[in-house]
Design a protein around this ligand. Structure first.
Ligand code: ATP
Length: 250
C-alpha cells in the first residue's frame, strides 16, 4: 500500500498561559486526504492546539511541521499562504458584511485570489443556501448558516487542510448532519480536515483517525474505526459521561 503524504505534524507541543500549562507534549499528525478529530471536553486544550498550529499562539516548546517545513513561529497569514485554513470556534463571521463579502475576504492568500471564481462556484455548489443569501448581511444568518459561511470562507482560501473548531456547537442535529455531509463532500475534493469535536460518537463517525485529549495531553489515539466509545469513556470521561445509545448522534 502507498503511504499517504504527511501534511501536518505536531511534535512535543507545550503551550502555557502564564503559569497554566494548557497543552503538554502533544504529538499528532494529519495525512493527505484524511479527516482527523481531536476529542475532548471543555477546557482540555483543543482550541489552544489549533491556535498554536495556525500561529495565533506561540508555543513554549515543540514544532509544527507542514509538508516537511517547520512553520512554528510563522505569522498566521504566512501559514494561510501555505495552504492551511481555520474556522474558529463560534464562526467569527463579519456581521456587517454581506455573505458574498465575507466569502471574498476568505480568498486573501495569494494562491487563492487567482482561484476566486472557481472557489466561489464550489462553495455555492456545496452550500446552495449561501448563494441564495449572498447579498444579505451576515448578521441575519441562522446559527447553521453562519457555520456554513465560516467553512465556506475557509474553502475560499483554497486550502489543503481545513481546521475546524467545534462546528457542531449549539446546532440542531439535522443541521449538524448537513454540515458534516458537506465536509465529506469537500474532503472528496481533496481537502483534509482536523476537526475538534466534543461528541465522541460523532467524532469517530466522521473521521479516519482520532486523538483523545485530557488535561492538555493526548491520552489515546487510533483509527476511528478501531476506537470505541467505551474505551474513550474509560480513559477520558470517567464517570462524567457514559456512551450514548446507538443512533443518538448524527
Ligand atoms: P473549549 O471546548 O471550551 O473551547 P478547549 O479544549 O478548546 O475548550 P482551550 O480553550 O484550549 O480548551 O483552553 C485550555 C485551557 O487554557 C483552559 O483551562 C482555559 O481556561 C485556558 N485558556 C484558554 N485561553 C486562555 C487565555 N487566553 N488566557 C488564559 N487561559 C486560557
Amino acid at each position: 500500500m502507498i503511504e499517504k503524504e504527511k501534511l501536518l505534524e505536531v511534535s512535543g507541543l507545550d503551550v502555557f498561559y502564564g503559569d497554566l500549562q494548557a497543552v503538554k507534549d502533544v504529538n499528532l499528525e494529519v495525512k493527505k486526504g484524511d479527516m482527523v478529530s481531536l476529542i475532548g471536553a471543555n477546557g482540555v486544550g483543543k482550541s489552544t492546539i489549533l491556535q498554536a498550529i495556525m500561529g495565533l499562539i506561540k508555543p513554549k516548546a515543540g514544532t509544527v511541521t507542514w509538508k516537511g517545513e517547520v512553520i512554528t513561529g510563522k505569522a498566521t497569514n504566512k501559514i494561510a499562504q501555505m495552504g492551511l485554513a481555520m474556522t474558529p470556534e463560534g464562526s467569527h463571521i463579519f456581521e456587517d458584511m454581506s455573505v458574498y463579502e465575507n466569502l471574498l475576504l476568505g480568498a486573501y492568500p495569494k494562491h487563492a485570489k487567482a482561484r476566486r471564481a472557481e472557489s466561489l462556484a464550489l462553495v455555492y455548489k456545496t452550500f446552495p443556501v449561501l448563494k441564495e443569501k449572498e447579498k444579505q448581511t451576515a448578521t441575519f444568518l441562522s446559527g447553521g448558516q453562519r457555520q456554513m459561511l465560516a467553512i465556506a470562507r475557509a474553502m475560499m482560501a483554497s486550502p489543503e487542510l481545513i481546521i475546524c473548531d467545534e462546528i457542531s456547537l449549539g446546532l440542531a442535529p439535522v443541521i449538524i448532519k448537513d454540515i458534516y455531509a458537506s465536509l465529506h463532500e469537500i474532503n472528496k475534493n481533496g481537502v483534509s480536515f482536523l476537526l475538534v469535536e466534543q461528541e465522541t460518537k460523532r467524532a469517530l463517525k466522521h473521521s479516519d483517525y482520532a486523538y483523545v485529549i485530557v488535561h492538555g495531553s493526548v491520552v489515546l489515539e487510533g483509527r476511528s474505526s478501531s476506537l470505541t466509545e467505551e474505551e474513550i469513556a474509560k480513559v477520558y470521561f470517567g464517570v462524567e459521561q457514559q456512551p450514548r445509545e446507538e443512533g443518538g448522534i448524527v
